[in-house]
Ligand binder design. Sequence first.
Ligand code: TYD
Length: 143
Amino acid sequence: MSVIQETHLIQRKDSRGSLVAIEGLVDVAFDIKRIYYISGTGTDVRRGCHAHFHLKQMAVCVQGSCRFVLDNGFERVEHLLDNSATGLVIEPMVWHEMYDFSPDCVLLVLADAPYDKADYLHDYGRFIELAQSRAGDVNRLVA
Ligand code: TYD
């Protein structure tokens, strides 16, 4: 599966403006347990720089734009998020970094679990080791 998974959200536009609704298990493939948003980020700032062991997330740039690096241990892809009707899915064990925030950027993130410090993997070397060894385990099981 590609490391970039985008979801197209329905944008309801009329003369009053635009409305995008996101329902858990309907517009996003998980039950939403937490919402957070990032704003006021300097253009030279890099955020994220971690992977999660279990957490599933979807990021939507509701205003402005920012870039992501998504890395599953085998594929590392840079991706621009600049459309408020596009959700970017961040699967567990995907290293992610966010950068190049526009001054007006508001990045909304939906998550399938409450905040848990223990679910974070901050060491990139350890991440690569784990991601590649897990893939090796799966390959051995299906061989
Ligand atoms: P941090 O994980 O550093 O953000 P990012 O991944 O964007 O670089 O989070 C910043 C602070 O906010 C840190 O003290 C942890 C806290 N935090 C919460 O309390 N709840 C949350 O849901 C998140 C994502 C962070």
